[in-house]
Design a protein around this ligand. Structure first.
Ligand SMILES: [Zn+2]
Ligand SMILES: [Zn+2]
Ligand SMILES: [Zn+2]
Length: 450
């Protein structure tokens, strides 16, 4: 049997609990990483290098484990880009030029303005019978006091032991109106604090992993953030949601409930989305450019309104043209900077790896050196889309023709024919998602959401 190759072992096969991106080394504990950062020869560098690229020249820098980027003697090659200190200004300029407009962010599901109660006048929903405030004229509140079992529709209501679809077994004269869950969540959104005298990082890449809670909503359970310029890890912390987790989604992110419980018990986990947001705010202000992939999910989970973002999902989508196709991070990473992520892990996400991969993809999409290559990729994708579209149209036409033929030959005359012709010109992403390699075949999970 051939010995396992060790020299080219990809970093993505390493479970990175505490990870030094520049050195491509993982550590068991955060304290080991800290020690490495202090003592390793590859991190001994002038203090200016250890500092974040800050908005002011004050020496009061945020506390962070910020390794410097410089040539290292490690024999394992790191796939992550190193930007020379002299290149920071250029990289920042290129990144700034690609910040999305508010309209663009809004179109991609970002929350861009604070909650306004005026938008929710008469938009409340009865907590008991779930009727809308606007629809109510004089109807009484008829409801079942016990919860409906959405997993087993045949199960009777506990309150009255009936399975009938009746509106309820109890009636009250008035409703109990409240905002929808969506509106309640919206109320929690806050703008990133504005720049102050305290220097913050100019660009930070982030990613969150989520778990499901009651009602199907997602809550953040892991937050990772890295300095865009150095790749230095700023945050890599588990988050303990306040709500009870009903769906851990371990198959997506690999985080076991027991790990989260342990971190929580040891006081190492951040406290809910609010704690995670506060932690991130230690490193950023409203001038910081947030970098990531499909960030609307991450910023949404953190209830953050942030004005400056560069999102690899949006960048790729608008450059390919057409609003219907979104590419997964794994695909972008392998096709643009040519870095294979989630390798040998059954597609399980590694949050920190995703952060660094999104950084690479954004570097690729915004950098002057790779501009031509990125354009060429987008052109090829556009052609691929058109080809798939034509093929699909042909297949559809063939199917329709066959049906017509069958009908003409005395087939069932009530046979329904597809009539969703309004969408012929463009492909829906879902139509060709499979052709592009996602969603995940086993979990059905949308890969661009994390
Ligand atoms: Zn290191
Ligand atoms: Zn009601
Ligand atoms: Zn009932």
């Amino acid at each position: 049997m051939a010995p396992e190759a060790t020299s080219t072992r990809p970093s993505s096969s390493i479970k990175m609990s505490a990870y030094c991106a520049p050195c491509n080394r993982s550590f068991k504990e955060q304290s080991d990483l800290d020690k490495h950062l202090r003592n390793s020869s590859s991190h001994r560098s002038p203090t200016t290098r250890r500092r974040p690229l800050t908005v002011s020249s004050s020496s009061n820098n945020p506390e962070a484990t910020v390794p410097a980027i410089q040539t290292t003697t490690q024999d394992v090659k790191s796939p992550w880009s190193r930007i020379a200190v002299s290149g920071y200004t250029t990289a920042l300029g290129e990144l700034s030029a690609h910040c999305h407009s508010q309209k663009e962010l809004e179109e991609h599901g970002y929350i861009v303005r604070p909650y306004d109660p005026a938008d929710y006048v008469n938009a409340k929903i009865c907590k008991r019978c779930h009727c809308k405030q606007t629809r109510v004229v004089s109807r009484e509140c008829t409801f079942h006091p016990s919860k409906w079992n959405k997993w087993n529709k045949k199960k009777p209501y506990k309150c009255c032991n009936t399975t009938t679809v009746s509106r309820g077994c109890r009636t009250l004269p008035t409703h109990d109106f409240d905002l929808s869950q969506r509106a309640l969540t919206y109320q929690d959104f806050r703008q990133t604090p504005s720049a102050s005298t305290q220097p913050k990082f100019r660009a930070v890449a982030i990613d969150c992993e989520m778990a499901g809670i009651d009602g199907g909503a997602s809550e953040v359970i892991l937050l990772c953030a890295a300095d865009f310029f150095t790749g230095a890890v700023l945050v890599n912390r588990l988050v303990c949601p306040r709500e009870r987790i009903t769906d851990m989604r371990t198959s997506i992110h690999g985080i076991a409930k027991s790990s989260l419980d342990k971190a929580t018990a040891q006081g190492q986990a951040l406290s809910g989305w609010e704690g995670a947001r506060s932690e991130l705010w230690k490193y950023i202000d409203d001038r910081t450019i947030i970098v990531g992939h499909a960030l609307e999910h991450d910023l949404g989970a953190l209830r953050m309104i942030h004005p400056r973002a560069v999102d690899s999902s949006i960048l790729s989508e608008i450059t390919v043209g057409g609003r219907r196709v979104r590419f997964g991070l794994e695909k972008l990473s392998s096709e643009l900077p040519k870095i294979q992520i989630r390798k040998g892990k059954d597609g399980i996400h590694d949050c920190l790896e995703d952060v660094l991969a999104a950084r690479e993809v954004v570097l690729f999409c915004t950098g002057a050196r790779t501009k031509v290559e990125f354009r060429a990729w987008a052109e090829a994708k556009k052609r691929e889309q058109i080809r798939l579209n034509t093929e699909r149209k042909k297949a559809k036409q063939k199917k329709a023709n066959n049906r017509h033929r069958r009908m003409a030959n005395g087939g069932c005359s009530s046979y329904a024919i597809d009539s969703d012709d309004g969408d012929e010109e463009y492909l829906r992403w879902s139509d060709i998602a499979e052709d592009l390699g996602w969603p995940h075949p086993n979990t059905g999970y949308d890969p661009w959401s994390d």
